[in-house]
Design a protein around this ligand. Structure first.
Ligand code: PLP
Length: 364
């Protein structure tokens, strides 16, 4: 099998949709070319559809998901602000780090890894926080955290949500849920290579932008002059043209298949995989009722590893012999869980069948 033939199922890089590959080969227009700007506007409109929002400031930040995270925090958090952060995995931890670097007083609300956050505990954590921040789909644990109850009870706080692994794979309703700032990544359920971070900012959050923003590159007020198309579009930084073509194409695939159908495809694949694993005696790691379909965590079946092969060796064999990449555990769960992604173009039942068959062959 060649590298190009691989079916990558990992939570990190995944095979993009074929339409996306084609888009990456198109001629590179200038970043102020009217045809490119029209394509950018359409991309942003398509992003509004998947985020389910009317937020005018919805666009792809030039950078990966972490750049989107930083954009959201650095534009609304000032030194001394009380920021409540839900922590039940790596990416909640990262939010704490980013908020602390903005000078926030970070109030952590934790849940054990594998369990969902308690929305009531988040709301009760501080009498008047400026921001409540939560990861919707924790890629490190395979857990979905509930967002809607936070929006209903957020009071004067801004609600900031990480949608990196949920956008395009789970229902996301920014406006109905009262989300003020959200960011995502292209490489997960949108089926596009890594490189951009779709961000959406509510008018309420725009009224509270830190002025001036401490980051020049991620300054939303400056970027908005290029993105929203109101008046003359001013140069801020050179847009990564080919990646925006790719995102436009990935969102086009989602629109053609239908967002609900794409979400249902992710759900069917996750359910089939999780049922197949349970049938084979595997223990799922994430709490029932909060399991992500697009990212399944399973306890490494230590007693079933082939003689002389550790869990990393099994993952290596999956990659070399079957072209399947699954992720190892992160942080305290390194070596203890596997993380199996079925996202975007890789969310196909045939990949579920292939992985289960491969595990049947590899494990004792
Ligand atoms: N948030 C979540 C939930 C993620 O899964 C990731 C990456 O996997 C990130 C943030 C960071 O995104 P990136 O690695 O694209 O910078």
């Amino acid at each position: 099998m060649t590298h190009a033939d691989r079916i990558l199922m990992g939570p990190g890089p995944c095979n993009p949709y074929p339409e996306v590959i084609e888009a990456l080969t198109r001629p590179v227009l200038g970043h102020l070319d009217p045809d490119f700007l029209a394509l950018l506007d359409e991309t942003n409109e398509r992003l509004r559809a998947v985020f389910d929002t009317t937020n005018p400031l919805t666009f792809p930040v030039s950078g990966t998901g972490s750049a989107g995270m930083e954009t959201c925090f650095v534009n609304v958090v000032e030194p001394g602000d009380a920021v409540v952060v839900g922590v039940n995995g790596v990416f909640g931890e990262r939010m704490c780090d980013v908020a602390a670097r903005c000078g926030a007083e970070v109030i952590r609300v934790e849940a054990p890894w594998g369990q969902a956050l308690d929305p009531e505990a988040l709301v009760a954590a501080h009498p008047d926080p400026s921001v409540i921040a939560v990861v919707h789909a924790e890629t490190s644990t395979g857990v979905r955290n509930d967002i809607a109850p936070l929006g209903a009870a957020k009071g004067d706080a801004l609600l900031l949500v990480d949608c990196v692994t949920s956008l395009g794979g789970l229902e996301v309703h920014l406006d109905d849920w009262g989300v003020d700032l959200a960011y995502s990544g292209t490489q997960k359920c949108l089926g596009v290579p890594p490189g951009l971070s779709p961000v959406s900012v509510s008018p309420r959050a725009l009224e509270r932008l830190v002025d001036p923003c401490r980051s020049w590159y991620l300054d939303l007020a400056m970027i908005a002059r290029y993105v929203t198309g109101e008046g003359a579009r001013a140069y801020h930084h050179t847009a990564p043209i080919s990646m925006i073509y790719a995102l436009h194409a990935g969102l086009g695939v989602v629109a053609d298949e239908g967002l609900d159908a794409v979400i249902a495809r992710h759900r069917r694949c996750g359910e089939a995989l999780q049922a197949g694993l349970v049938e084979r005696g595997f223990e799922l790691f994430a709490a029932e009722g909060h399991r992500l379909p697009e990212l399944t965590t399973v306890v490494v079946p230590t007693e079933r590893l082939p003689a002389g092969v550790d869990e990393a060796g099994v993952r290596r064999r999956l990659l070399d012999d079957y072209g399947i990449e699954i992720g190892g555990g992160l942080g305290a769960y390194a070596g203890k869980v596997w993380r199996i992604g079925l996202m975007g173009h890789t969310a196909r039942l045939r990949n579920v069948t292939l992985l289960l068959g491969a595990l049947d062959e590899l494990l004792t």
